[in-house]
Design a protein around this ligand. Structure first.
Ligand SMILES: [Fe+2]
Ligand SMILES: [Fe+2]
Length: 272
């Protein structure tokens, strides 16, 4: 499997550095990530930020009025809507929306690439969050957010290379590592590009670390507990995981529940 090599390493790094997303959002991404990454943040901290963003507020209201939450009572205000859904769910939804609507869509990815990246990211996020809860490792909400963003470097490849999405699809499950294929072709992979974006967008240090190293299976112990959760969940999503580890066994057992949760979120976001 190959990818057409039409860009140099330098051109890809420049592209990552130039992704102009945050300025158009008036800093809301940075504020929300600070809140999501802070264990002491509260409902009202989050509400204070998202109330000014029409897309996010309206989505939260619409989700709170869905049959799953509303129990027939109409909900009109944001605070009430957030209380109805619950803090952890709201954090998850806000992260998804920021990532999806404000970042990916603005970057004008092809619909089908957007969908593939989105579904993969959310599957890794749901898996890693579940492992975090089961194994009592790290804060599940933080694990969820990091996982959702682990492949952010792929955005640059999707934008620059028309056949990247197809290559990804063909690679999925055949055991070949996309990161090493990228390195062999371009001298850089989506982990390193992701790091460039993560630093530029001022993500927390843990986020940058995971984004930079999430394919380094052999170094699992070097990067701490949260790394194992994301790394195992990522390999599980690509059907190349190690089913003998405790994480692998749990994921295998919970496979159906994870797919259900992914479908539920895709539904919420009207992507199903
Ligand atoms: Fe990756
Ligand atoms: Fe991934």
């Amino acid at each position: 499997m190959t990818i057409a090599n039409t860009f140099s390493r330098e051109e890809l790094v420049n592209k990552a550095t130039d992704l102009k997303v945050i300025p158009t959002l008036n800093g809301i991404v940075e504020k929300v990530f600070n809140i999501l990454g802070n264990d002491n943040s509260s409902f009202s901290d989050l509400g204070n930020v998202v109330q000014y963003d029409q897309a996010i507020s309206s989505k939260i209201i619409s989700i709170s009025n869905s049959a799953y939450y509303s129990r027939g009572i109409e909900i009109f205000d944001l605070q009430r809507a957030m209380l109805t859904i619950g803090f952890e769910e709201v954090r998850g939804i806000v992260t998804c929306l920021i990532f999806m609507e404000n970042i990916l869509k603005k970057l004008k990815l092809k619909e089908q690439d957007l969908f593939a990246l989105w579904r993969h990211s959310i599957q890794v996020a749901c898996s890693a969050k579940m492992l975090s809860k089961r194994l009592l490792v790290e804060d599940p909400a933080k694990v969820y957010t990091i996982s959702l963003l682990h492949d952010i470097g792929k955005i640059v490849f999707y934008i620059c290379l028309p056949d990247y999405g197809e290559t990804m699809k063909a690679l999925n499950g055949n055991g070949q590592d996309i990161a090493s294929l990228e390195r062999n072709t371009f001298g850089i992979d989506h982990q390193e590009i992701g790091r460039v974006i993560a630093i530029k967008w001022k993500f927390p240090a843990d986020f940058i670390n995971i984004i930079r190293h999430h394919h380094e299976n052999q170094n699992a112990d070097k990067f701490g507990a949260i790394f194992r959760l994301v790394n195992t969940s990522n390999r599980f999503a690509h059907s190349t995981h190690d089913p003998s580890s405790s994480e692998g066994i749990i994921l295998e057992k919970e496979k159906d529940a994870i797919v259900q949760e992914v479908d539920k979120i895709m539904d919420f976001l009207q992507l199903g």
